[in-house]
Design a protein around this ligand. Structure first.
Ligand code: FUB
Ligand code: ZN
Length: 652
């Protein structure tokens, strides 16, 4: 197949973005390293990750489990492998998170310790470039025999870590180790036309980062090659031979022929992120056609109101359309992180704000829920209802989620701004400063906001020289609907629009794919303000979601709320929210790190002491942001509240 390779695009700090002619890519995300976060919501979270989450990752990786010891032993080529065959990836993901965090929180001790890890990792690499402690310490002759054994997945995380660490520190040891492993994979498989279906996708997106970093087309070709391996019956290993379920890892059909979401949620998200990255460079519309359909399937039929995905534990992934159990919702933290990655890429390819709407929902709800406010406790799954026995934990045997949420939060600056040849794009609302290159001009941009608690956003633009360009500001989709498609709708329809002013004067604006487009010649000191009318909204599910029948969820801005129980005082499952309920909103600075709460009078079901009669008592209920639940002890919780007594229970 003939491919038209497009000019390389660099996301590296200080490197001017090249807008490829005729490229399918519409938006070029601004890298987090170019964005300084001043935001009252995100900055404290980044500090918590730097001070608590990374400590947890380091101590569990290095001291409390054998992950680093595995590298020490592999360097000696002897010793017993500790843990699970994919544990190397946790070390790499922790390094990536550390690298992002060091950018904003320099920490010489942490950096020195990480340098020590990197020495051990590099020492464990075999002379031919292969690097995997599980096979080095078990039977190296078995390597590359079971496509599910995550060798390429670990390679992908090594590549991401190597690039991140180089970008922050300028140290290239890990990056060079990663490049040698990537070259090994290329020579063993692609160059020899030997089939290999990744049993857990990740390497595709990582190779695309390596391609952008090195500008070496080999990595782009290898990434595309990995994508093209799927769907031809090449799979070999437990997924294929024992479970007989190629759809589990999206290998039932060639990627370009896929139209429905299947299987393991994290695998799917990483696959489509990589496919979008490839398509953005090769202009391969086959991937885009497939992903448009798959995205609709995910968002219209499989997505929780929290932006979480993957309803089932049994495959850590997708079930039947509209089957969205709440108490048993799997909604792995990593899957929400993957939703952020993939939706950013879909926005980049389309310039359509609907993808950022979904990204925002997953980020502020499904993903953030994975991290305790203290930063050192984690949810692996993120259910939408609990009887009280489900709590964040310090760590997990399979520990993919902690470092994943750490790397996402540390690099949240990745999702705020974008540029294109003649436009600046504002996607997320977060206090920040950046300097963007537009043509030969530099535009200093500052944003101030109390989002997500308030809807006022202030943008200050100062081009070095006066310049005409478009400022494209996302009009959040939650103003008119909870999510694209008809899976959810507001109980009270109300299509509110923002008020936008430039230098204090209200302006008319066109709306293009969910963005307010402000065209003018911008000059130093221009100020744009946007008022997003926020109000408490009640959300109903599509009736096909049986679990949410006669239930309602509550949202304010992008934040989904829940009711949390209180021992001996309130059972979340007993709270009813009838249609007539009126709400009071208030910001509570000292509650749960400072949050908006929603108060309402609600009938609460009480059962008589003899258990024979049931009545309701009106109580004042305080709903809290879903992502903050389980920070006040092991309480019960519910997102979808019954509208009448008939539906009372913590549903599943
Ligand atoms: O297999 C590696 C990671 O562990 C997956 O992404 C998670 O779903 C968990 O299974
Ligand atoms: Zn995970």
């Amino acid at each position: 197949m003939k491919k038209s390779w497009i000019a390389a695009i660099m996301f590296l700090p200080g490197v001017t973005t090249v807008y490829a002619q005729n490229s399918l890519q519409k938006v070029y995300p601004v890298n987090f390293s170019e964005v300084s976060i001043t935001d009252p919501f995100w900055k404290p979270k980044m500090t918590t990750v730097a001070t608590a989450t990374l400590d947890a990752c380091v101590s569990y990786t290095q001291d409390k489990t054998g992950r680093i010891r595995n590298f020490e032993k592999a360097a000696q080529r002897s010793g017993k492998h500790e843990g699970i065959y994919y544990d190397d990836s946790d070390v790499y993901k922790a390094i990536e998170a550390i690298a992002y965090s060091l950018k904003n929180h320099p920490d010489a001790t942490l950096e020195k310790n990480t340098d020590g890890w990197i020495d051990k990792i590099a020492a464990a690499q075999l002379p031919d470039g292969y690097l995997n402690t599980y096979y080095v310490l078990t039977d190296i002759n078995n390597r590359w025999s079971d496509m599910e054994k995550h060798e390429d997945y670990c390679a992908g995380h090594l590549i991401e870590a190597g690039i991140a660490y180089y970008n922050t520190t300028g140290k290239d040891k890990l990056l060079n180790t990663a490049i040698r492993f990537a070259d090994h994979i290329d020579s063993v498989f692609r160059q020899q036309h030997k089939p290999w279906v990744s049993g857990h996708q990740e390497i595709e997106l990582a190779l695309m980062k390596l391609y952008h970093h090195t500008k070496n087309k080999k990595y782009l070709e290898l990434s595309d090659w990995f994508l093209a391996q799927r769907g031809h019956g090449y799979g070999k290993g437990v997924i294929w031979d024992q479970w007989k379920d190629p759809d589990y890892c999206q290998d039932g059909l060639p990627v370009k022929d896929q139209r429905k979401i299947t299987g393991h949620a994290v695998r799917a998200m990483y696959l489509y992120t990589g496919a979008a990255d490839v398509a953005a460079v090769t202009n391969d519309t086959g991937y885009i056609t497939a992903m448009d359909a798959i995205w609709q399937d995910v968002v219209f039929r499989h997505m929780y109101i929290t932006g979480g995905i993957g309803a089932q534990g049994k495959n850590e992934g997708f079930g039947q359309p509209y089957d969205l159990p709440n108490a048993s919702a799997y909604c792995e933290t990593c899957a929400s992180v993957g939703m952020v990655f993939w939706n950013q890429r879909m926005n980049m390819l389309s310039g359509d704000a609907k993808y950022v709407d979904v990204l925002e929902r997953s980020l502020y709800n499904g993903a953030l829920d994975g991290l305790s406010l203290s930063g050192d406790r984690f949810f692996y799954g993120n259910p939408l209802a609990s009887q009280g026995g489900y709590n964040r934990r310090e760590w997990f045997g399979t520990a993919c989620c902690p470092s994943n949420i750490a790397r996402l939060v540390s690099a949240v600056g990745n999702y705020i701004y974008g540029t294109s040849a003649d436009a600046i794009w504002v996607n997320l609302f977060a206090g920040s400063n950046t300097v963007l290159q537009l043509g030969k001009n530099k535009i200093t941009v500052a944003m101030e906001t109390a989002y997500p608690w308030k809807g006022d956003v202030k943008l200050m633009l100062s081009p070095a020289k006066k310049q005409a360009f478009e400022l494209r500001v996302r009009i959040p989709g939650w103003l008119s609907e909870p999510a694209p498609g008809d899976l959810y709708r507001y109980a009270e329809q109300q299509n509110s629009q923002p008020v936008i002013k430039v230098n204090g004067e209200p302006v008319q604006f066109d709306v293009d794919k969910g963005y307010a487009v402000l065209r003018r010649s911008w000059k130093k000191g221009d100020v744009v303000t946007m008022e997003l009318p926020m109000k408490v909204r009640r959300i109903l599910s599509n009736p096909k979601v049986k679990q949410n029948e006669n239930r309602v969820a509550v949202q304010y801005g992008p934040i989904v709320y829940c009711v949390e129980g209180e021992k001996d005082v309130l059972k979340a499952g007993a709270v009813i929210l009838p249609g007539s309920t009126s709400f009071e909103l208030s910001f509570e600075p000292s509650l749960l790190g400072g949050v908006n709460v929603i108060r309402f009078d609600a009938p609460v079901v009480t059962v008589s002491a003899d258990g024979l009669s049931v009545s309701t008592l009106t109580k004042k209920i305080t709903a809290i942001p879903y992502f903050t639940w389980n920070n006040r002890g092991p309480n019960d919780m519910q997102v979808w509240l019954p509208t009448s007594i008939q539906r009372v229970s913590v549903n599943d």
